[in-house]
Design a protein around this ligand. Structure first.
Ligand code: CAA
Length: 257
């Protein structure tokens, strides 16, 4: 596959997508959005890959949707193009996706990062929703995901008052999983992803799905969803192998089935 706005790479069992529009602070134009999801879906279908990373460059993870592409659009053009619906493709990805964020993660860049499963932030990462400063609001999930992740008040402040979170704040408030030095931040994210990629693939997939169910439903329904994912794992070779290996005091050898 030839891409024009992203770079792809595979390191051992980790698929990496690098957003590559540095001249535009990695703003998501339509092409980059399509290419990003095409690449993630291709990695998702590749059994040699166990986890994925999306990253940008040191200065910018992504500065949001491409303002120049939509500045003069009418609502009907925006709706017709499914402008913000396009971002929902992230929800179809079954494997774990990690955002490795350095520098700016603004607008759609922040929204994309928080719609990944986990975030590794470099010390220079900055998360914000500046849409209000250009006369709109987040449209790729920011109002909903930030409210769920951070609670109402801080989400309100970010969305209404353009409050930007530093990497340290993102860690403190539970938006980032780890903060690492800028130097080598991608390697740190790859090491993190490799741990996940080395785990029993079907269990990882069921675990991701079960945690995500918590954001969709009541506790009662969520607990049912967890059970629906728990029991079928006892039909897998990996469950037998994992428990046998524990009893035999050795490392399990996962088959992914
Ligand atoms: N869209 C299009 N172009 C962008 C862009 C964006 N979101 N962000 C940056 N760029 C472009 C700039 O226009 C500039 O291009 P030129 O050299 O052709 O002028 C280039 O990237 C470099 O940017 P700056 O000169 O502004 O760099 P800086 O270091 O001074 O500032 C920044 C960096 C703070 C990230 C600043 O560029 C900025 O504030 N960007 C816009 C952030 C924003 O408002 N994002 C929300 C977008 S709307 C959205 O995302 C909606 C949604 O929910 C989906």
């Amino acid at each position: 596959m030839t891409y024009t706005t992203i770079l792809t790479e595979i390191r051992r069992r980790v698929g990496i997508v690098t957003l590559n529009r540095p001249q535009a602070m990695n703003a998501f134009n339509s092409t980059m959005l399509t290419e990003l999801f095409d690449a993630l879906e291709a990695f998702d279908a590749d059994e040699n890959i166990g986890a994925m990373i999306v990253t940008g460059n040191e200065k910018a993870f992504a500065a949001g949707a491409d303002i120049k592409e939509m500045a003069y659009a009418s609502p009907f053009e925006m709706i017709g193009q499914g402008r913000v619906e396009k971002w929902d493709r992230i929800r179809g990805i079954k494997k774990v996706v990690i955002a490795a964020v350095s520098g700016w993660a603004l607008g759609g860049g922040c929204e994309f990062a928080i719609s990944c499963d986990m975030i590794i932030a470099s010390e220079s990462a900055k998360f914000g929703q500046p849409e209000i400063t250009i006369g709109v609001i987040p449209g790729a999930g920011g109002t909903q995901r930030l409210a769920r992740l951070l609670g109402k008040n801080l989400a309100m402040e970010m969305v209404i008052n353009n409050r930007t979170l530093t990497a340290a704040e993102a860690l403190q408030f539970g938006l980032a999983n780890r903060v690492v030095p800028v130097d080598g931040y991608l390697d740190a994210a790859v090491a993190f992803a490799e741990e996940i990629a080395a785990r029993a693939p079907l269990a990882v997939r069921m675990a991701k799905d079960a945690v995500n169910a918590a954001f969709e439903t009541t506790l009662t329904e969520g607990l049912k969803a967890e059970k629906r994912n728990f029991y079928p794992l006892f039909s897998t070779e990996d469950q037998k192998e994992g428990m046998k290996a524990f009893i035999e005091k050795r490392k399990p050898n996962w088959k992914g089935r």
